[in-house]
Ligand binder design. Sequence first.
Ligand code: PGA
Length: 236
Amino acid sequence: MKIIASNFKTNHTRASTKDFVAQVKQFVVQKDIQTPIYIFPPATALDSFELPKNVTLGVQNAYPTKNGSFTGEIGTEQLDEFGIKTVLIGHSERRHVLGESQKISIEKFNFYKELGYNIIYCIGEKLEVKEQGVDKTLEYCFGQLDGIDISYENLIIAYEPVWAIGTGVVATTEDISTIHNALKQKIDSPILYGGSVKPSNLAEILKIESVDGSLIGTSSWEIESFQQMIEITSKA
Ligand code: PGA
């Protein structure tokens, strides 16, 4: 079964998230969809939603701590309040916009692994790396897995080329299958593709055998579009 994940980034409010989640729930129940669905709202919209067992609410980022003095961050004390056990780590915007290092990604990974969280760990190259060819791209992506226990049972990898995120430039199916096939040689965990995925290209991307699902930003924020992509995923 292929997986679908929606990363809200800095979009949606507490009220609109509630509405979105309710509509996902209704759609999934009505269509009897078993596809694993992950939703990552902003931290202010986390809540204890009653969800079908295939729908999981996660957090886009969390600090490796229970609590303490880490201004602007949240830890497990805040996540536990809502029973959140799923975290995104190493998203390219954390790495490249917010300057998060591989070291902190590793610290977060180890901390949340120890607690048994579901971890969606993101990797992906910038355009200047892609332009140096497939070998360099793979070297870069494997570098982002340095220090990460890829045999962790609750791990999902998301391959998201930075140049394809939020740009409308989707990688070609050839680009995607080359990288996914190479990653699959070393990684047993499911590997999602992310970067300008939308209803019109999702089916084609999911046809690639080494793609286990997708992590979607922009085109997942509208409920109708996300529902359409849930349905496409359920049929893939
Ligand atoms: P996008 O973002 O779908 O807007 O390209 C994907 C992601 O960053 O997860």
